[in-house]
Write a protein that binds this ligand. Sequence first.
Ligand code: HEM
Length: 356
Amino acid sequence: MALECGIASHLVCERTLPAKTPADYQPPFPAYVARFPADLKDLVMAVLGAQHSNGQPTELNIARSKLTSFFDKGPVHCRPEYQQPSCLTDNSGAYNEVVVAYWRSKAHYTEWYAASGFDHWWRGLDPQNEDHGWFLEVFFPPVNRFETVFSNNVVPEGAAHMRECVSGEIQEHVYWGSMRDRLPIAQTDTIEGVKADFDGGHGEDSTSKRIRVQGRRNLTVIRSGQDWSNTTPVERKLYLDTMHPVLIRGMDFLRDHGDEVGCISCRFMDVLDPQGGSGTDKTFGLAYFDDLSSLEGWSKHHQTHLDIFGGFLKYASKLQGDVSLRLFHEVLVLEADQQYLEYIGCHNKTGMLAAR
Ligand code: HEM
């Protein structure tokens, strides 16, 4: 079968940096990418959160509802295209309610930010008066600094809700380096980041402050999702017994020892039902690395991802390739001015506060 290139044709250019695709390479199983309209030049992924330092509040989702209430305000054309609620209890014991939301351009986001009243409300928050923390991590990747890949070509996730269509089966996956080969900018740019200093700011109490963190050159963001809602009882049990625990070990390593591999923050999030706010059969890891090569290094060399990767190959073989588990990831490599990072009354291991 003829395989498609992971990079959309309008973003392909003459490579000055060779791809790592092995000669005559045929991946062992299919994967697909979202194809965005050619006039989509940049997009926005925003992580909006509330942080409760004493664990789960008795009245759940109130802060999240406050955040999402702004999504229904302002002119309809500039509201988010897609949003996904989620939660986690972090390793400081704080309960975090998070919404990841997407806009089709920075211009749409900027218009929404002002017109919805979010800007006014956000600027008015005073950490001394709030009984919990708030955070805003907004990423503005030009389309050549973004890639997203799926094991399934039917159900979109994240930014793929803004797709024009889904590709046919692509060539660039399941070999190390394939993520970089799918990133348009990496055709001509080594996109090197700046090694993180994990000691910065840790002595300071951030819980009573509003702190804006400066963007970092070529910060690398990955959102890697798992959805087992469509599996048969047999596959579901196999996933929960064999893959899920191994994935948690990998995410715990990045969360607790990320400094060993250039990971600034890792949150393993449970996706919530947008209506009721209860749990779903979906999770995602949201991790920030100081450099794309740090992310590549962890995935290729660290035992925790090798166990995930190897576990998945065994899993697929046990199911004789008939896998209904849906996997996707989206990767962003951002210039410093393509990041807006602000924390109000959050503990100092929250997101990018961990490496200032
Ligand atoms: C690559 C499996 C979770 C980071 C891969 C590949 C597989 C895999 C099969 C090679 C496929 C490809 O390139 O298309 C899984 C499974 C997971 C999981 C089954 C969960 C059940 C994660 C998470 C992260 C992650 C949570 C990071 C937060 C990566 C990266 C690559 C990769 C960066 C690409 C490496 C490269 O191309 O150089 N994973 N993974 N994975 N995975 Fe995972």
